[in-house]
Design a protein around this ligand. Structure first.
Ligand code: ADP
Ligand code: SF4
Length: 693
């Protein structure tokens, strides 16, 4: 280990328990609940195995009045939930890490769609989300004194169950718009009783939650407070630098650990396009000066130098990681073993967060094994050895081809990777040149760096493969990873792609990637609705061109609501003077005039532009595969046993899909069961009964 990094491996006392090092996997949503307890246990335990000293759950509801359905959330509502969590704790403990549980009451920020209990809130103020999937129409009740006692009682009961399950650290949650936070903020808390008014009164509910939890389990478990400080830091206080300073000072040494964060998912889990590593520091930097208790915070830390600096400068005691621990569960061990150059760094794309919004177990662009540890038996660092002497040819060095090559090579196969372009990286060659997307180059760099060090890999760039070349090489296993191409298809009012727009001045992202420069003014017409249309508009406008962005959706880059990017896409386009037209279909483009119609009303409008860039339908570029299939009769003679498509050449998708596809293909070599995965089922110890707290 680099001696500078030794400080990262010092133990830290958290109340009655001791974290073995400073790597702390903070609570983060995994999309895993009591519905898939084995998937969950393996996912969390893999991080403990990789060296994270503390591994925490995502939000664990204390009572049916904290019900986030249909979003996935875990529970400790009754004793039937204990064994499911015990499985996770035991698995974490096997690797000598501490297990922590984020007990959670959502207050007015949950809609209780399943339990149908009127949500709890300090003053009846609802959380009005802009995302239709998060909106609800049942407004919250105003909590009376009994309600306050009940919520505290549910926290205590859940804390006791957590201790029975084996958790070492128990949380109180006062962040991200949830109930504890709602009491802290005067925007939510208009109470005139002892729980409202002055900051001291507004802190009372959180104080009582901490005190009661400590009374119940504090002998055995560390008691952590997770708190959002962004809004509070902006609010003036009479005697302190801000209300955040006042709140932390009032509670100072009461919790055993401070877990400090931002207020909303887009700022807390900022996408790398818009937020650098360590972006929380200006908000949370003061906490350590106000408390003697250890402080953990996050910032998408992947550089050990940044981590050491956070500790030495007195910002944090424990290095919190959510996304970095998903992208590389073995990050701590790699630092400890002097292998920091092998860290698979998070790219900050927030696909992991989109999994939670989708209501499914976590997916990760960089780590194809995330969520697959138990059900497919995929380990992030281990692969089964090659089961034959087959030679492997992979055509196309984009994310799918690079991942397939790496996994096959790690298994010990002899691998040839052929890429027609001068550089590897596929779509990333162009996309990483767009504003904010350079960090995504880590997908290419991590894999290429590893491949270049391996003796059983031949990497060929500038090597376009045709049918004759593939047959001539005669490798037994061939993967076609030739990617996809953007089409000039338009979009219909039935919300499906329709006929192509041909003619001069019409471009696709592939044209821009090939170096063509559209003449301004430009219309970027986007019905792909992920990042690329917005990023291209931002890039062209940044080069001084006049740009209009139009989409049939309701927002620019509409799907990026799932990845926390959308507010910043709009902000950046606005700053650059890009006109945004939503609910728009592009009908035609002729003689410098684009005609748009409203997708709902059909109302027509025109726009004078010289060029149109269509970011819409993407289809597999699998011509090579099809040509090879036409000559299947020659495969055997050439020594070829199989030819398969992977990544975008099979089904066009996001980077995450390409990497997963490449990974799965190589795991599947000489493995007839590769397509199957295990189905998890809930653990129930007792017959179903009422929730008793
Ligand atoms: P994916 O996301 O599935 O990896 P990409 O489009 O990012 O797909 O990458 C596909 C890669 O395949 C590109 O780098 C492209 O240059 C390369 N490629 C396409 N056709 C050939 C070919 N015939 N021979 C070698 N490389 C090819
Ligand atoms: Fe990081 Fe993206 Fe993986 Fe999330 S999905 S952990 S942001 S690389």
């Amino acid at each position: 280990m680099n001696p500078n990094y030794e400080i990262l491996f010092e133990p830290v006392k958290i109340g009655p328990v001791t974290a073995p090092n400073r790597f702390y996997q903070v609570p983060h949503a995994s999309g895993m609940t009591e519905a898939n307890p084995r998937v969950r246990a393996a996912f969390r335990a893999t991080k403990a195995e990789g060296g994270w000293g503390v591994v925490t759950t995502g939000a664990v509801s204390t009572h049916p009045s904290s019900d986030d359905s249909p979003l996935p959330f875990a529970r400790l509502w009754d004793d039937n939930d204990i064994r499911s969590h015990a499985l996770t704790c035991d698995a974490i403990h096997q690797h000598d890490a501490l297990a922590a549980v984020e007990l959670w009451h959502g207050g007015a920020a949950v809609m209780n769609r399943s339990s149908r209990i009127a949500p709890y809130s300090p003053s009846g103020i609802p959380w009005a989300a802009t995302h239709v999937g998060f909106m609800g129409q049942l407004r919250p009740r105003v909590m009376d004194q009994q309600d306050i006692r009940d919520v505290i009682g549910w926290q205590v009961a859940a804390a006791r169950r957590a201790r029975s399950a084996g958790f070492d650290i128990v949380y109180i949650y006062a962040g991200m718009g949830y109930l504890g936070y709602e009491f802290l903020l005067d925007d939510y808390n208009h109470r005139t009783d002892a729980y409202g008014g002055s900051v001291e009164n507004r802190v009372r509910f959180v104080r009582e939650l901490i005190e009661s939890t400590k009374d119940a389990v504090g002998q055995d478990c560390g008691v952590a407070l997770r708190i959002s400080l962004e809004e509070l830091r902006g609010k003036a206080s009479d005697n302190f630098a801000s209300q955040a300073h006042e709140v932390v000072s009032l509670l100072s040494d009461l919790p055993d650990l401070w877990d400090v964060k931002m207020d909303s998912s887009p700022t807390d889990c900022g996408a790398s396009r818009f937020r650098p590593e360590g972006a929380h520091e200006p908000v949370i930097d003061f906490v350590r000066t106000v408390t003697d208790k250890p402080v953990v915070g996050v910032g998408r830390f992947t550089s050990p130098d940044t981590m050491v600096s956070q500790i030495k400068r007195g910002v944090l005691d424990l290095i919190g990681g959510a996304r970095p621990s998903i992208a590389d569960p073995f990050l701590p061990n790699k630092i400890r073993e002097g292998r920091e150059d092998e860290i698979r760094e998070c790219i900050g794309c927030n696909i992991c967060i989109s999994s939670w919004h989708d209501g499914v177990p976590v997916r990760c662009t960089q780590n194809a094994t995330a969520g697959e540890e138990w059900r497919r038996g995929w380990h992030p660092e281990k692969v089964s050895p090659a089961a034959s002497n087959d030679n492997i040819l992979i055509v196309g060095g984009g994310p799918a081809g690079l991942e397939a090559a790496l996994i096959a090579a790690r298994r010990g196969y002899q691998v040839t990777l052929a890429e027609k372009a001068p550089e590897f990286g596929g779509r990333l060659r162009f996309e990483t040149s767009l504003p904010g997307l350079a960090t995504w180059g880590r997908v290419r760099d991590y894999r290429l760096y590893a491949l270049q060090k391996m003796g059983n890999v031949n990497l060929y760039s500038n090597s376009e493969m045709g049918v004759d070349e593939v047959l001539g090489l005669g490798h037994q296993r061939v993967a076609i990873a030739t990617g996809a191409r953007w089409t000039q298809a338009l979009y219909s009012s039935l919300e499906i792609p329709k006929g192509e727009l041909k003619g001069p001045g019409v471009y696709t992202p592939d044209d821009l990637a090939a170096g063509k420069v559209p003449r301004g003014p430009i219309l970027v017409y986007d019905f792909d609705n992920y990042y690329l249309g917005g990023a291209i508009a931002e890039s062209l406008a940044g080069q001084g061109m006049s740009v209009t962005y139009a989409t049939p959706a309701g927002h620019a880059s509409a799907w990026t609501i799932m990845t926390n990017e959308q507010p910043f896409v709009h902000q950046n386009l606005h700053k650059l003077g890009v006109d945004i037209t939503t609910q728009a279909l592009l009908d035609s483009f002729e003689a410098g005039l684009a005609t748009l119609s409203n997708i709902f009303t059909g109302e027509l409008s025109t726009l004078e532009v010289s060029s149109v860039v269509i970011v819409g339908l993407r289809l597999p570029a699998d011509d090579l595969y099809q040509s090879l299939c036409d000559r299947e009769a020659q495969w055997q003679g050439a020594g070829i046993e199989s030819v398969e498509r992977i990544g975008d050449a099979f089904a066009a998708g996001a980077l995450v899909h390409a990497v997963h596809s490449g990974h799965a293909w190589s795991r599947g070599l000489d493995n007839p069961d590769a397509e199957n995965y295990l189905r998890d089922i809930p653990i129930a110890e007792f017959p179903p009964g009422p929730v008793i707290n």
